[in-house]
Design a protein around this ligand. Structure first.
Ligand SMILES: [Zn+2]
Length: 416
């Protein structure tokens, strides 16, 4: 281990980001209010359910604090005791080819991480979510999901890692540009095949049965000039009682997927509001805008990577004595974390703006904001949503605006 400038930057990064999350969590706990907010939210919960929502928020936040502390402690212990150097020595004694060494290095680290996070994930599903009545996952489904997720991660993650390694080993000075282009192409391909081949591994899609709901939703799509092939019901209830809706596919292959839990609990006019919101995301080109941002971000990231990947000091700071492309990639990923987190603040802010835009589109599309407002309130009530998240937590993590602000924005549309 070399205690160079990178060592101290990495140490500051790991501890600093952990502290930042801890502060956001503690502020979130302190920001909870014993009294229900007034206005639109006043009738969201009765006193008993409000207390339960706060208890849920408290328990989830404490869980996040504990698991965050555990992760940091394990990482620091492994790093400072020379774990990375030992692992590198191990893969080098057993394997000759640097790509295979890299795959083994990353594979063993991911497997270790997965094993360490498993008890936490079991607790979250079968104790925490169970206690509040959300969990519907059986142990068999849980284990199967775990196996499928690990297999997918090994195949897709392994292929991506091997490709990037190969570019940086064999493609010369423009390797970063080729690697970036290849990752963009792979990402586009993934977005195309995921709805058809990957999501069905986890969820069962059945066509929405003909009837009043199907007629109403198809009529809405027609009114909003939104061509849709088919509407599907997703068996989300096999895992959780929480509800959701989403689109899959592109162009004329577009499909709408509604969770069965959503259909069970919302009246048709609210489902129209939710569907119009999802159509709004499409009409406002949100997916394309997000894709453009992420393509631009990864361009910058690969360029910075090219400046650091060959630095032996960076790898020495991790305790790796013999530099390699894979250790360079791994060390860079760790060092890049604060930049990534900073950029994520911008991305989540954009995502929250998109939610407002999709809400406004939906309100115009169905002739008023009320059904969507009612749908959002019902969802939040059901999910025991925290009504008063702290602004720092929102800034760092929230992909959706806090409910109060969303309802207020929708309410203002009505006043116009
Ligand atoms: Zn949305």
């Amino acid at each position: 281990m070399e205690y160079n400038i990178y060592f101290w930057i990495l140490l500051a990064t790991v501890v600093g980001l952990w502290l930042l999350d801890l502060v956001a969590d503690v502020l979130n706990l302190r920001h909870m209010n014993a009294a229900l907010p007034d206005g639109e939210l006043a009738d969201l919960y009765d006193a008993e359910r409000y207390a339960r929502s706060q208890e849920y928020t408290r328990e989830r936040t404490r869980f996040a604090i504990a698991s965050g502390a555990f992760d940091v402690a394990v990482f620091l212990a492994f790093w400072l005791c020379g774990g990375f150097g030992m692992l590198d020595g191990f893969v080098r004694t057993w394997l000759q080819h640097p790509v295979l060494q890299g795959l083994a290095f990353a594979g063993i680290l991911s497997a270790g991480l997965g094993a360490l996070s498993l008890p936490w994930s079991i607790y979250a599903t079968f104790v925490l979510e169970e206690k509040y009545g959300f969990n519907r996952t059986t142990p068999a489904t849980f284990v199967l999901d775990l196996i499928k997720g690990a297999a997918l991660g090994a195949v897709l993650g392994g292929a991506a890692f091997a490709a990037v390694m190969a570019f940086f080993m064999y493609a010369g000075p423009w390797a970063w540009l080729y690697a970036w282009a290849a990752m963009v192409a792979a990402g586009a391909l993934f977005a195309f095949v995921a709805p058809r081949f990957i999501m069905p591994l986890f969820f069962k899609f059945t066509p929405l049965p003909a009837g009043e709901l199907s007629d109403r939703l198809h009529a809405l799509c027609e009114r909003l000039r939104f061509p849709v092939r088919e509407m599907y019901v997703v068996d989300g209830s096999r895992r959780s009682s929480k509800a959701n809706a989403f689109f899959t596919g592109f162009g004329s292959n577009r499909r709408i997927a509604l969770f069965d839990t959503l259909i069970e609990e919302h009246p048709p006019e609210e489902l129209e509001g939710i569907l119009a919101h999802e159509i709004g995301h499409d009409k406002c080109l949100h997916m394309w805008k997000m894709a453009a941002v992420s393509v631009a971000q990864s361009f910058v990231m690969f360029w910075i990577l090219s400046l650091f990947i060959t630095s032996p000091q960076l790898q020495a700071a991790l305790g790796i004595a013999t530099p390699s492309v894979y250790a360079g990639l791994f060390a860079f990923a760790l060092m890049y974390e604060p930049v990534g987190r900073l950029l994520a603040i911008g991305v989540t802010a954009l995502s929250r703006r998109h939610e407002y835009e999709a809400d406004a589109y939906a309100a115009r599309g169905i002739g008023g904001p009320r059904p969507l407002m009612d749908a959002l309130k019902r969802l939040s009530r059901k999910h025991l949503a925290n009504l008063t998240p702290h602004p720092l937590a929102v800034l760092l993590r929230a992909s959706h605006p806090p409910l109060a602000q969303r309802l207020a924005a929708l309410g203002r549309l009505k006043a116009q």
